[in-house]
Design a protein around this ligand. Structure first.
Ligand code: ADP
Ligand code: 5GP
Length: 193
């Protein structure tokens, strides 16, 4: 029996609130691309509506540290003080081995690390907000974070935006449909090649 072709890796990064999840969910909903979401592990608490094993694997900090010690992560970062996020080796390896392309929603440091690890097998894509003010408005409008968490996320955005130059491709998420269509085309071109 012939083995399926190994899937490719699509890394999507952006400051929180730029619309990564919205864009990824729309691409998954359209179902035109053979794309599976890499469910990360995190030690942050679930937001309302988030499900274990769907949005994240929600671990305690102790469980997260055990998983690090057991070598379960391709990469992990303390994205906010005391809150860890990591890409599970099992997610990426299994899905790619089955021939599916895998999409990773990960922070800027993790994104650059994964791109360096996988080279041409990975595409790194950065989603930019129209402006930092609009980013703040979207986080407020999402209604999932406290004012302190929003200030923390906006405060970090400038630092994160400085990583955009290290990514293969950039998309500005101003009009959502246009941003989804651009992302869709970039991914299709990459996996066809
Ligand atoms: P991220 O995953 O990058 O943190 P989200 O996908 O949760 O961001 O988007 C943050 C908020 O902005 C959500 O409430 C979402 O509905 C909204 N949003 C996303 N894209 C746009 C857009 N192009 N215009 C206006 N609002 C948007
Ligand atoms: P949120 O708390 O809004 O879900 O995510 C916060 C940040 O953590 C986002 O920038 C998101 O992309 C990032 N993130 C999510 N999963 C991972 C992961 O597995 N590794 C890394 N390095 N960052 C992640």
């Amino acid at each position: 029996m012939t083995q399926p072709r190994q899937g490719k890796i699509i890394i999507i990064s952006a400051p929180s609130g730029c619309g990564k999840s919205t864009i990824i969910n729309e691409l998954l909903r359209r179902g035109e691309i053979d794309l599976e979401f890499s469910v990360s592990a995190t030690s942050r608490a679930p937001r309302e509506g988030e499900q274990h094993g769907v949005n994240y694997y929600f671990l305690t900090e102790e469980e997260f540290r055990e998983a690090i010690a057991q070598g379960k992560f391709v990469e992990y970062e303390e994205v906010y003080p005391g809150r860890f996020y990591g890409t599970l080796r099992s997610e990426v390896e299994r899905k790619c081995a089955e021939g599916h392309n895998v999409v990773l929603d990960i922070d800027v440091k993790g994104g650059v690390n994964v791109k360096n690890m996988f080279g041409d097998r990975a595409l790194s894509l950065f989603i930019l907000p129209p402006s930092v003010d609009e980013l703040r408005r979207r986080l407020e409008g999402r209604g999932t974070d406290s004012p302190e968490a929003i200030a923390e996320r906006v405060g970090k955005a400038e630092f994160e935006l400085s990583f955009a130059k290290d990514y293969d491709k950039k998309v500005v998420n101003d009009n959502l449909e246009e941003a989804v269509n651009q992302t869709d085309k970039i991914i299709k071109d990459f996996i066809a090649y």
